[in-house]
Design a protein. Sequence first.
Length: 303
Amino acid sequence: MNAPAVRISAAVKRYGDITAVNGLDLEVAPGTFLGLLGPNGAGKSTTMRMLTGQTRADSGEVEVLGCRLPAESRAARAMTGVVPQHDNLDEELTVRQNLEVFARFAQLPKERRGPAVDRALAATRLTDRARHTTEGLSGGMRRRLLLARGIINDPRLLLLDEPTVGLDPQVRQEMWDVIGDMRSAGTTVVMTTHYIEEAERLVDEVAVVFAGRVVTRGAPAALLREHAGEQAAEYEGTAARRAEVEALAARAGLPSRRTGLSVSVLRAETMPADLRDLLGTPDVLRRTTLEDVFVLLTGELFQ
Ligand SMILES: Nc1ncnc2c1ncn2[C@@H]1O[C@H](COP(=O)(O)OP(=O)(O)OP(=O)(O)O)[C@@H](O)[C@H]1O
């Protein structure tokens, strides 16, 4: 059997008094596209940094493509692509030169560098920008260039930390299209993102991280089934009305969550007739989403 692309076991990472990662376990099978979701400060970026070798776990085990970190981090790095959350492109270089520098860093033999740069440009739809300096690129193009840089070594594992953060919806969609192509090509991808709804359409599996651990894990459809059911009924109203809806749902054993000025009662397809009568016609009846699951789980844990 193939070794897992990622294996983290009982990892702990502390920064002074803060425990950023607290006994985290995570295994990712080759070819899987995994989304790491979690509220701010949950430990996602620290987990990513442990996988890239930028941070060393205080205890526990971290393995990437069969290489134990930190001892074999050089070998792991050669097979891994990294797209960091923060833009650190070289402003003075052209798009192509930025990639050439990375092809050298990645220790590609000289004769393979040109083709690798061409392939990365094509994969991220930047070929016609190759001669432009980085300075003049739009936010979306800069993100795609960061991605191009991350795949210069044709990695078996791609680590994406918030690849679409700060981009407007149309440009995010372009980025998702490019990332979707990587997925189709069979690359293992581990990605953190706050755009849960968008991730839901792309990922094979989701791991929800909270307080430095994975609190739930599974395919989006399975997580929906397990935690939120099929339908959400939304009831709008005053704060008192919302509190009443929550209390009635809880009494019937149905989960609920706040959605702006409404309360969404989940598993609405199983709502008993007497509760349906009490609550009246919902203002909105919709399919449940991964965001419902996320808010439900992390909200419960916050309490
Ligand atoms: N270098 C560091 N020094 C001190 N504390 C740190 C450092 N890196 C992370 N932390 C702390 O560790 C915790 C986890 O941070 P981390 O960045 O991993 O969370 P995250 O899930 O990526 O959050 P976000 O979604 O906001 O990026 C936070 O409390 C953070 O303040």
